[in-house]
Design a protein around this ligand. Structure first.
Ligand SMILES: O=C(O)CNC(=O)[C@H](CS)NC(=O)CCC(=O)C(=O)O
Length: 277
């Protein structure tokens, strides 16, 4: 199975983002991809709560979701929409940061709400409080496909290794980590975190990412790190998209997952530290 990771510079105008991701999606189909993955907040990357309230929609009304379902159906491909920011019925008015797996008939095969919120002071001037705007998810999600079992995660989840170990122990072979990583932490940690999760779990790690300076009609512009990456189950970097928007492709073969886990069986060995008694 050929997988394509789309690297985007989404702004805060969902209509513009749909035409951008649509063009990259078509390019991936032309390249022969049967599984196409998009980054976190494919529909709207914004630093303004006011803007988000104006343009975000509930799941049933979201046009990015509808457009990508239609495109997956027309091309008969699988699609992991890294995430869509959505309105919810949350009492505090918080949004969901939700990842979707779309099947080749256009149906929604799985949904996952990002569990770990990016509440971090990256530097003196760069502070994130994701849980102010988003309601965190509470459950891990896996989905079977004909080319492998997928464990769905998003961005900051990458820093919580127990989630990945649990997904892999329960059968996931491909771990998806769509992201909008900050430029500062990306340079320091991104590649190492992705490769570590692949090595620890003997799994593919597919991380389509946002890149560059994101256009904003309201609020501050944000910078993201780019370097969308596909890591093999032995920890090797199979592809790196660099800093420009674009498409990278790799071949997925679950025999490589089996082989990595045969050589290093740590996934099957006990967590001896869980219970020191
Ligand atoms: O804000 C939105 O609309 C969508 N959410 C994101 O972009 C999130 C929260 S700001 N980004 C991350 O989790 C980056 C993590 C990161 O950079 C790290 O772990 O170092």
């Amino acid at each position: 199975m050929k997988a394509a990771l789309l690297q985007l510079t989404s702004g805060d105008d969902p209509a513009a983002n749909i035409s951008d991701v649509g063009a990259r999606f078509d390019e991936a189909v032309r390249l022969g991809a049967g599984f196409i993955l998009t980054p976190e907040v494919t529909n709207c990357l914004s630093t303004s709560r006011t803007r988000q309230k104006e343009v975000l929609r509930p799941e049933a009304e979201d046009e990015t979701l509808a457009a990508l379902r239609e495109k997956a159906k027309t091309a008969r491909v699988w699609c992991l929409i890294g995430s869509i920011a959505l309105k919810t019925d949350d009492a505090d008015g918080r949004f969901a940061n939700r990842s979707f797996l779309i099947a080749p008939d256009g149906s929604i095969a799985a949904r996952y709400d990002k569990i770990h919120m990016f509440n971090v002071q990256v530097s003196e001037t760069e502070v994130y409080r994701e849980s102010d705007g988003y309601r965190p998810g509470e459950t891990a999600v896996m989905a079977e496909t004909p080319f492998g079992t997928i464990g769905l995660t998003v961005c900051y989840d990458i820093r919580f290794p127990h989630l990945y170990r649990q997904l892999a122990q329960e059968g996931a072979q491909i771990l998806t980590v769509p992201s909008a990583f900050s430029a500062v932490t990306g340079a320091a940690h991104w590649e190492t975190l992705l490769r570590a999760r692949a090595i620890e779990t003997g799994s593919y790690v597919l991380a389509p990412a946002q890149t560059g300076t994101h256009p904003a009609t309201r609020g501050k512009q944000r910078q993201t790190y780019g370097h969308s990456m596909a890591i093999g189950p032995w920890g090797d970097i199979l592809a790196d998209a660099g800093e420009e928007p674009g498409v990278i492709c790799i071949d997925l073969d679950m025999k490589d997952v089996e082989e990595a886990r045969r050589r290093i069986p740590s996934l099957r060995q006990a967590n001896r530290f869980d219970d020191p008694e």
